[in-house]
Write a protein of this length. Structure first.
Length: 214
């Protein structure tokens, strides 16, 4: 359960958390540079379009920012999705409920692997260095998802969104949307440096096992 991850809430040393974010993000970018170059080459060789994808997400205090990812979808993904949902009521219902499709036909073959391994999210280390994201935090959402958070949106935007979080180590894409919102709010209310470190360590086996990944 997500609630099992949370220690009693206490005042967070935001400065210490920021130092941890920047230090680890830079170290990881340097260490993973060969892997990042290999992934970039694989994307360029197997599909047309940009290597990186930047999508508007909601950040701290409700400010929008460009969230980086390795491109894992076809370049006409939005048009393809609209046409798909128009002709398939079952998929439309799945999308309306979860804002995602379990078997998304827009994803490229290499994109499937990138998502399963969470490698597609590694470029978000750039967002962390820029101060737009944290290593640990709520799941970054798009503007259209804001109404689904209701009165909890003010809690959500009180912290930076993260590359990983309670949602990541509690089932990832297997969580219902309501439980994902609950996990985001739970983290925002209970965040601490200790909780961040705990989630970072728990993320490693979650990613290796591919638990709940799309």
């Amino acid at each position: 359960m997500a609630s099992d991850l949370v220690a009693p809430a206490h005042v967070t040393d935001r400065f210490a958390t920021r130092i941890l974010d920047v230090t680890l993000a830079i170290a990881l970018l340097v260490f993973l540079l060969p892997l990042l170059a290999l992934v970039a080459a694989a994307i360029a060789a197997t599909s047309h379009g940009p290597i990186l994808f930047k999508h508007k997400r909601i950040g701290l205090y409700g400010r929008e920012f460009g969230c980086f990812k390795f491109r894992s979808m076809r370049t006409d993904a939005e048009t393809h999705l609209a046409a798909l949902l128009d002709r398939n009521a079952e998929l439309r219902h799945e999308w309306d409920c979860n804002q995602k499709l379990k078997h998304d036909p827009r994803i490229t073959p290499i994109g499937q692997f990138l998502r399963l391994s969470s490698i597609d999210e590694l470029p978000q280390l750039i967002n962390v260095i820029r101060g737009e994201m944290s290593l640990v935090g709520p799941r970054p959402i798009i503007r259209a998802e804001v109404p689904r958070y209701g009165r909890y949106i003010t809690t959500y935007i009180s912290v930076r969104p993260g590359i990983t979080g309670i949602w990541q180590v509690s089932g990832r894409n297997n969580l219902s949307y309501r439980r994902r919102v609950a996990a985001d709010v739970l983290y925002a209310r209970s965040r601490s440096l200790w909780l961040d470190l705990k989630i970072l360590f728990m993320t490693i086996p979650a990613v290796i096992s591919g638990k709940g990944s799309c």
